[in-house]
Design a protein around this ligand. Structure first.
Ligand code: SF4
Length: 264
């Protein structure tokens, strides 16, 4: 069975690893942690991996390999965009290199699909990159939530990945003077869910201008919950606007951009 997703920039998810631990500010309201905690009761998929606490959902910091689903993409006949590990981080320090190599081997063999791997563990990515075989259908991305974490882009740039992308989501600070050489795609989005922090539309416009200057395709995913809430206060109906600010027809016209990189 193909695993559908509501994430706008992909079509399916594939989770050969479950569980994670927080590494930076962008993890503060991690959606994967929230979903995992909902399925953490006895007998469910995330038992022992996440839990509900008085402070909210929390990972237990146990990371589990799921070898049973390794061959899933090989069975999916129709070519798709597949987000790898939407519920974890493939480059988490507790995922052994050998297992990461197995995941890469499946992606290489399932070459009718395009695989989107996204990590916040950019240093480990850089360290392991020479030990991985990088087929053209693996898109490698790093998350950057604010200027403090732009070093991740340099780690990504140094890898052997053939298609490199940035996920600037949740964008919680301004990103000026992004170095985009060697980068093939940029996604940007505001934070959604309980506790979401604001994203300024002007920050998105700055990123758009930088992408244009370097001819890098941009995908604006969503304006975020704070933006959507403000519209609601201005009298726009809740159902029509969506709680994540993801209905692009309601954004400033100059930010209505959802482009993809070219792939073969
Ligand atoms: S790295 Fe990703 S999956 Fe892991 S805690 Fe942070 S946001 Fe969540």
């Amino acid at each position: 069975m193909v695993t559908q997703t509501k994430i706008e920039w992909t079509e399916s998810t594939w989770n050969p690893v479950r569980g994670c631990s927080r590494v930076s500010e962008g993890c503060r309201y991690c959606y994967a942690e929230r979903i995992a905690a909902r399925f953490a009761q006895k007998g469910l998929a995330y038992e022992g991996i996440a839990k509900m606490t008085s402070a909210g959902p929390r990972w237990t910091n146990r990371v589990q390999r799921v070898p049973d689903v390794l061959d899933q993409p090989l069975k999916w006949k129709k070519p798709r965009l597949i987000f790898v590990n939407s519920m974890s981080d493939l480059f988490h320090e507790d995922v052994p290199l050998k297992y990461i190599q197995e995941v890469f081997d499946v992606m290489r063999r399932a070459d009718r699909h395009q695989f989107q791997v996204l990590t916040k563990r950019a240093e480990r990515l850089a360290e392991l990159s020479p030990k991985l075989r990088w087929p053209p259908n693996v898109w490698m991305g790093v998350s950057v939530e604010s200027a403090e974490y732009t070093f991740r882009i340099d780690c990504l740039r140094g890898t052997e990945a053939q298609l490199k992308f940035l996920s600037l989501e949740p964008l919680i600070g301004r990103l000026r003077q992004l170095r985009l050489d060697g980068i093939h795609w940029v996604i940007v989005g505001g934070e959604s869910g309980p506790g979401a922090r604001p994203m300024n539309e002007a920050w998105v416009a700055e990123i758009r201008d930088q992408c244009r200057e370097d001819s890098v395709p941009l995908f604006v995913k969503q304006m975020g919950t704070v933006w959507a809430r403000k519209r609601s206060l201005n009298g726009v109906s809740v159902r029509r606007r969506g709680r994540k600010g993801d209905n692009m027809s309601e954004w400033r016209e100059d930010l209505q951009i959802r482009d993809y990189p070219k792939w073969s």
